[in-house]
Structure formats: structure tokens, C-alpha cells
Design a binder for this molecule. Sequence first.
Ligand SMILES: Nc1ncnc2c1ncn2[C@@H]1O[C@H](COP(=O)(O)OP(=O)(O)OP(=O)(O)O)[C@@H](O)[C@H]1O
Ligand SMILES: [Mg+2]
Length: 468
Amino acid sequence: MERYLLLLDKDHDYLDWAAKKLEADGIRVLKCDDAEKALQVIEKVNVEIAIVDIRIPTSDGGTGLAVLKQIKAAAKNWSEMLFIVTASFPTAAQLVDATQLGAYDILKKESLTFELKKIVEDAWQVIDARRLVEDSLPNRNEIIKDNDVIGSSKEFQDLFKLVGKVAQTDAPVLVTGESGTGKELVANSVHIYSGRSHEEMIALNCGAIPDNLLESELFGHEKGAFTGAGFKRIGRFEQCDKGTLFLDEIGDMPLSVQVKLLRVLQEGTYSRVGGNEVLSTDVRIVAATNKNLAIEVAEGRFREDLYYRLNVVELHIPPLRERVDDIPQLAEFFLKKITKKQGVAGSLGGNMRLSTEAIEKLCAQPWPGNIRELENTIARACALAGSDVLLPDDIILAESTRRPIVSTISSTDVQRIMSQAPDGEDVVSWITNRLVNECVSAAKGDHLMAAKKLNISVVELEGLLSAR
Ligand SMILES: Nc1ncnc2c1ncn2[C@@H]1O[C@H](COP(=O)(O)OP(=O)(O)OP(=O)(O)O)[C@@H](O)[C@H]1O
Ligand SMILES: [Mg+2]
């Protein structure tokens, strides 16, 4: 299939030069030196890329980007066409306007001398990727709700089967998982699918409330219970009777409050701070933590008896890197959610899509911040993307989302070291340790040099050294 590119510029030398360069690659170049001719061409031919000089006036005397607007109106395939605007010295206002009109790129004329071929090649990749995505995504218009829960990996499906089962009981549930894996979402699902769903679920972040206030927050207090307690106050347990109480970051609960929580779990009773009256409550507890509570118990920071009471059912959410199958679907979901909310500028519209290569890149990341980090990455890509198809370069990872060290070294090195790994060890952390040791001693203790060799920052290296 022949591919058409339109060049619109007053400078005939430039038109000839650029056409010759591109035609060598088999591209059909249509040269125009005024807006009127360009509009006629565009109505007849399926132009895929248009490179337009910003100084071209329209027939009715419009200047600047007016020509872009006219072309936009005339082109049948506007949404598929890519625009590149050229200018000698694009002003800030022109850059913003062109971007908002959906231009794929705004280039200084002089940089074309060296980059024309590369820019056009990239643009064609975008067009192809866009088509591919379009063909492979039949149901883009399904309605999404912001609190939808997404996951089709085996790990996630198993988790939700368990959610379904425990929701029907009143047993306390402990939701565990790294930061950003969706603990709150899972806690919420337990409530929604339970017989208590018509009652309230109250969430309390135990880590965010000062120790001395947490007890009164949970159980309430009597008037005069402590300095400043001018009135009697109802606590969360009383407030959410018959409902669900979500105790987030339970690992941060001070031991003094843990005793009282244990009593509620064992006997269903409690007293307000400063009061003697024994009150009873019917509250379902869902707790969550990203700490390892067994370790907290072993180190004396968490009561063992409370741990067993809370941990009647554990819902463990695996980190995202262990359920890579969920990444494409989650990424698509966030893309829709974000474009729906923000509406993306100009012709990028609400129709942003992910190229196959971008999805592959997403799947290859370790995501230490899990789903929250994936969501932020997609939001960043949407905000900064040059076209409505997200390519790998649009996926900008936060500093922390580096590949694990083992993947930055050659596979022969990995194999050499792995053959020495003892059975039963976590191979990745064993190799990481081993590599860090090798590099630090080869650099004679020079952390900067060792970090360079390992392809990580000094801060990261020192973090690894102090973590063991
Ligand atoms: N399966 C999922 N489908 C869709 N969105 C999800 C899913 N899991 C998590 N999210 C979204 O990711 C974000 C982080 O989830 P959430 O706040 O539940 O994580 P968390 O485990 O409580 O994190 P933290 O430990 O930092 O408190 C939220 O915006 C949530 O809506
Ligand atoms: Mg949370």
C-alpha cells in the first residue's frame, strides 16, 4: 500500500530537498506551497502524515495555526492523520496551541536537516501501532466505574473466590500485601459482598492517628476523660454497629490499644475511655497491613493472641510483579478511567490507546509501588504523550521502578552465579546480594564506582547494603 505524506511550505528548495529524501524510502510525497492546494489534496488523497509550516496563511487571511484547523476540518481521516508543525522559532504560545490542536510534534525547521527521516519513521510507527491497537480492542466502549476491581490472573481469581466465601461470614479478616496492591479495595469488597452491605463500612487508619487519640477514636470517651474531653464522644465501634470496621495499617496500632481490641474480638464488649459502662457491639473487623505481622509478633511489637484472632482468614494480595497477567487489563482500565476524568487535550480526545510495545514494557517492570504506581505511570503517560497512542517512550518510570539488579547484568553472569546458589534460598535476593558483594569488593569499597557497575544509584546501593 502506498503511503502519502503532505508537505506544506512556501520554500521550494526545502520542498524539493525533503521530498527527495523521503521518496528514497518509498513514500509518496505531495508538495504544496499554499493552503488552498493542500486542502484540495487532502480531500482526495488519504494523507497519513502532514508536515506543515506554521507561517502558511489560509486563503481567508488566517495565520499561524489557522491552516491546521482548516486541514482538520477538511480531512476525512483527521483522527488517523498525524500532524507535524514546523517553525523557525516556535514560540511558547505556538507550542501550546499546536499541542492542543493535536499536533504530533512541533519542530524547529533547522532540526529537520538531520532528523527528518527519523521523525517520519517514528510517526509511521505511531500510525501503525494505533491501527494494531484499534483492531485488537473490540470492546473499548464498555462502561467503567471507578471502583471496579480488575484482575483475571489465576492469583487474583483465587483471591476473589476467597473474598466471596469470607464475605458470607462474620469472621475477622486480615488483608495483607505490599503497599499499593489494593488492600483497601479488597476490604471494601468484603463489605460490599457481605450481609452487612446495607450498613456502613468505616475505615480508620491506625497509623495516621496519634497513639493517645486512637483509643478514644475507636471506643469513644466520656466527658472529662482527659484534658480537652469537654463532651462525651461516640467511638467508631459504636458508630458502625452492625456494619464493618476497616482497621487499616493495623501493624501500627500501639500495644495499649491492642489489648482493648482483643477484648472486643473475644467478648464483643468494650468501655469508653474514662467510663465503666460495659457496652456491646456487633461489628465485623477487617484489618489490613503491609507489615509482616508474624515478624512484628516475634519482635514484641504485636500481641500474639490478637494476631491469631485477627488472622482467622488471611486475604493475601500478591504483588503486581507476581501477577503480570493482570497488567494489560489494569493498564487499559486506568487509561479509560483517566481519560474519562481528565478529557485529554485537543484531538487526543478520550481515545488514548496503548501500543503493544508499551504494554510489553509495562509487563516487564517490577512495580515496587504495585497498582498505585501503575496507575500513576499511566496518568503521567497520558499527560505527556505526543499522540493518542502510547508508545514505550511515553511510559516514563519513576526512579524506584528500575529493573531488579539481576536483570541489568548479562545472562552468562547470572548463570555463573546462579549455579552456586544454595537450594531453598530466594534466588533473586541471593544473586543480588552476591553481585553487590562482588562489585563493592572489586571497587575496593568505592560505592560510587560499585553503583555504576551495578547500574543503580549510590542511594539504592546503600539501601541494599543496610537492608541486610
Ligand atoms: N484490582 C484492582 N483493580 C482496579 N484498581 C485497583 C485494583 N487494586 C488496586 N487498585 C487501585 O490502586 C490504588 C491502590 O489501592 P489501595 O489503596 O487499595 O492499596 P493499598 O494496598 O491499600 O495501599 P497502601 O498499602 O499504600 O495503603 C487505588 O486507587 C485502587 O483503586
Ligand atoms: Mg491502604
